[in-house]
Design a protein around this ligand. Structure first.
Ligand code: MGD
Ligand code: MGD
Ligand code: SF4
Ligand code: MO
Length: 743
């Protein structure tokens, strides 16, 4: 059969023939019209996949073995992604809010006209900056670039930011401080070559499942794996050493490890003196972080701290990887810098099998933060406050330098400014802040205050329900473009189908609004490739240079790692080789900090630590994965993970309904009593909306540098509501109050 891929042949050889992967009304055995090689629409691993297309519909997938990162493998979300495609909720027309509440379908002219009029009215009355734009990092590099250009030259507002502000920015800021550049230092193909791997604050097996393979390969090659997390996550269950850190204490833990590296001479002194600066001050800061002192702050037994230091300190090769567990803090930047100290002290960076990386979260978590949709950034990773950078881009766009607005507000600050009445209008694309930003009651209040709110999405997200106009945008497979994976590899997404009904590609929607704002000459693109050529050219000479890339090259070479400044340049899979960093003096910097507590610590009234994160079958705010039945079946509703000791103390049994309350809100949900979590901490995944939203409780305190919110630690109290059986038996309680009132 022509459509059998290599892996299918292998499978057939081993197990005999099987039907298609595609369960649409049972197994879909239809012969597709074509197979399109592209990438998964979800996390930053960006696994290769082939979509099966019939009659302009995605009907299933085949594995894609030629992409070296996943070699045909996919996780539960990747396997089911195609099922969004024909979902009955898919928006097929723009929607306009009715005065009486709810929406009606509208035509595009009406949606655009209403939007343009409102933008002009608001900006004429309250100034340009009173209209804001929010973008996202699930979108391609082309759209990230277009969003930035649209806000600066069409809306002429300073106030544009993106949802990566909730995700990547602590690591980004720390990487720039330490190395002068913000990108994972190594290709993932270096992971299996490392002899020691520290994974801190990443539930890797649930959040980047396909990368688990690389960790297991390393382990098979003799590596020691150290996992640092308040929960014994699936990857921790296969680790050699697990450090059960108390949420919010990572900088202290890293200080404790550095203390022992110095004390025991497990340092690369030559590397430190030739390639780094700031070690002297750092060593003074960590002087007091003895194992005893570190144990007291972090809750990690001193023996484990000593063991971790020895394994890390004496390793031949090593990788240190982290994700949001250390970054979602008011000291997210400090946490990341404290771990980077351990890498610099070891001298093991910029070498095969040795290095460091943050694991980017969203599909384009890396590229989404490079091309100018951040409040302080212009294309090519340029700084909006740097006069030369401003001039470069003003010349490139052919506008006067002073026409480019100054730095604007970050995402969470924007929500505050809306609530304070300073921002009156908002256009948002690929962002669901009502679910994803902390203290959701406050976010709702802010959204209700907007005089105009436009949303571009393919589903009516919870946030979109508050919009005046909803634009029916495009799913990933309905457009083409490039994304940059967590290892810094720019890959090509290929179009499988065209948008259904009257839905439109996101980029066309943005360009149409720009044209109506009088900027036709700057937003007349024939297709996405033209935007690609423009953003890569704009990046030339900037800190993040893609200018040597072409779509053909990217496809032929299975992606290109930036920097790639010339057409002949091979790209740069491994950064910092030979100890060359990107600060003017070529050195990396040590940065150590004394410990300071989280913005909200526990107290007698709220005595339990509250932390949040993810489960394998759900994705982000859930708009997409809560619509895919088989993923919902795997984890249908949020559960509160609670240790048996704490549960016993509170009289709680597994599956009981519990109420978890913080100073900002409360949530009632079933308890999952499990010994895999610290007894002083409870965990709730955040993928649900409304009364099931974890962000009703979280704290909106921000890191002073990165402006990321503190999702990973605040204080809560927990009490039992009723037993599992009562949950279903107490029908009276479940009836709406007014039924009784009327009687
Ligand atoms: N299934 C799934 N996969 C995803 C996503 C998804 O929504 N679902 N989202 C993608 C995105 S955008 C992102 S950002 C990534 C996130 O990927 P991860 O960061 O790996 O996931 P999280 O669940 O947010 O948090 C990771 C871990 O941090 C731990 N943690 C909490 N507090 C602390 C602390 O103070 N210190 C340390 N060391 N650990 C702590 C939690 O227990 C949790 O296990 O996943 C990506 N992949
Ligand atoms: N409590 C708690 N909260 C968290 C976190 C946590 O760990 N704990 N993690 C934070 C992190 S790391 C992240 S990344 C954020 C994510 O938070 P959000 O960015 O708000 O979440 P998404 O689900 O990605 O929302 C994106 C919306 O855009 C739509 N969308 C997706 N792709 C496209 C596209 O290509 N085009 C268009 N037009 N629309 C698109 C989806 O349908 C969805 O409605 O959540 C943050 N919130
Ligand atoms: S690991 Fe990430 S990119 Fe790969 S299939 Fe799963 S969600 Fe998609
Ligand atoms: Mo994220």
């Amino acid at each position: 059969m022509a459509l059998l891929t290599q892996s299918e042949e292998k499978y057939t050889e081993a197990y005999g023939p099987r039907l298609s992967y595609t369960p649409v009304g049972g197994w879909d055995t239809r012969e597709p019209d074509k197979l399109v090689k592209t990438h998964c629409c979800f996390c930053g691993v960006q696994c290769g996949i082939q979509l099966k297309v019939k009659d302009n519909k995605v009907i299933g997938f085949e594995p894609r073995e030629d992409f070296p990162v996943n070699r045909g493998k996919l996780c539960p979300k990747g396997v089911k992604r195609y099922m969004q495609n024909e979902h009955p909720d898919r928006l097929l027309n723009p929607l306009v809010r009715l005065e009486s509440g709810g929406f009606r379908e509208a035509n595009w002219e009406e949606a655009f006209d209403k939007t343009t009029k409102e933008i002009q009215r608001i900006q004429n009355s309250f100034g340009k900056d009173s209209f804001a734009f929010l973008g996202g990092a699930s979108m391609t590099n082309e759209k990230a670039y277009l969003n930035g250009k649209f806000a600066r030259v069409a809306l002429e507002t300073a106030n544009i930011d993106y949802n990566g502000r909730l995700c990547m920015v602590s690591a980004g800021a720390a990487n720039k401080i330490a190395f002068g550049l913000d990108r994972a230092a190594n290709p993932w193909s270096d992971i299996p070559k490392a002899k020691c791997i520290i994974l801190s604050g990443t539930n890797l097996a649930e959040c980047f499942p396909v990368l688990t393979q690389a960790i297991w390969e390393a382990r098979d090659n003799g590596a020691k794996i150290i996992v640092i997390d308040p929960r014994i996550t699936p990857i921790a269950r296969t680790a050699d050493l697990f450090l059960p850190v108390k949420p919010g204490r990572d900088s202290a833990l890293a200080n404790g490890i550095l203390h022992l590296m110095i004390k025991n001479g497990w340092m690369d002194d030559a590397f430190v003196s030739e390639h780094t600066s700031g070690f002297g001050e750092a060593s003074k800061v960590v002087e007091k972080f003895t194992p005893e002192y570190t144990e007291k702050i972090t809750g990690v037994p001193r023996e484990s701290i000593i063991q971790a230091s020895e394994i890390w300190g004496t390793a031949e090769t090593s990788m240190l990887l982290h994700a949001r567990g250390i970054e979602h803090h008011t000291k997210g930047v400090e946490n990341v810098l404290s771990y980077i100290n351990l890498v610099l002290a070891s001298g093991r960076i910029g070498k095969e099998g040795s290095g460091y990386g943050t694991i980017t979260g969203q599909g384009n978590g890396q590229g989404g933060r490079e091309h100018g949709q951040r409040c302080n950034q212009l294309p090519g990773g340029r700084d909006i406050n740097n006069p030369q950078h401003r001039k470069d881009i003003a010349d490139f766009w052919n506008v006067p330098e002073d026409a480019i607005p100054q730095e604007g507000l970050t995402a969470c600050e924007l929500i505050d400014a809306i609530e304070e009445g300073k921002i009156k209008g908002l256009l948002s694309i690929s962002f669901n802040p009502l679910v994803s930003i902390p203290d959701s009651a406050r976010v709702r209040k802010a959204l209700e205050k907007l005089e105009y709110f436009g949303v571009i999405d393919f589903f009516l997200s919870e946030t979109a329900r508050h919009a005046d106009v909803v634009f029916a945008g495009s799913l990933q497979e309905e457009d083409e473009g490039t994304v940059t994976t967590g290892e810094g590899r720019c890959v090509k997404l290929n179009r499988s189908i065209t948008p259904p009904g009257n839905a439109m590609e996101d980029w066309r929607i943005i360009c149409e609004i720009a044209k109506r704002l009088g900027k036709e000459e700057l937003f007349s693109y024939e297709g996405t490739e033209q935007i690609f050529t423009e953003y890569t050219s704009a990046s030339k000479g900037g800190p993040i240079d893609y200018s040597g890339m072409t779509w053909d090259r990217i496809e032929e070479e299975q992606g290109i790692f930036w920097p790639c400044p010339e057409p002949e340049h091979p790209g740069t899979p491994r950064l910092f080789e030979g100890g060359k960093f990107f600060h003017p003096d070529g050195r990396a910097t040590f940065n150590a900090f004394d410990y300071r507590p989280p913005a909200e610590d526990v107290d007698p009234e709220y005595p339990i630590i509250f932390t949040t994160g993810r489960v394998v079958s759900q994705y982000l705010s859930g708009t997409q994965t809560r619509r895919i039945g088989s993923l919902v079946d795997q984890y249908p509703e949020p559960l509160c993970e609670i240790h048996p000791k704490l549960a016993r103390k509170l009289g709680i049994e597994d599956k009981d309904l519990v109420k978890v309350a913080s100073r900002r809100g409360e949530i009632v949900l079933p308890a999952q009593v499990t010994p895999t979590i610290r007894p002083d901490t409870v965990f709730i995944p955040y993928h649900w909306a409304g009364k099931k939203a974890a962000n009703q409780l979280t704290n909106r305190a921000l890191d002073p540098t990165s402006k990321i919110p503190e999702y990973k630690v605040c204080a809560c109290k927990v009490e039992k509501v009723c037993g599992e059986s009562d949950r279903y038996m107490k029908v009276e309680d479940a009836k709406p109050k007014w039924i009784f009132d009327r009687r």
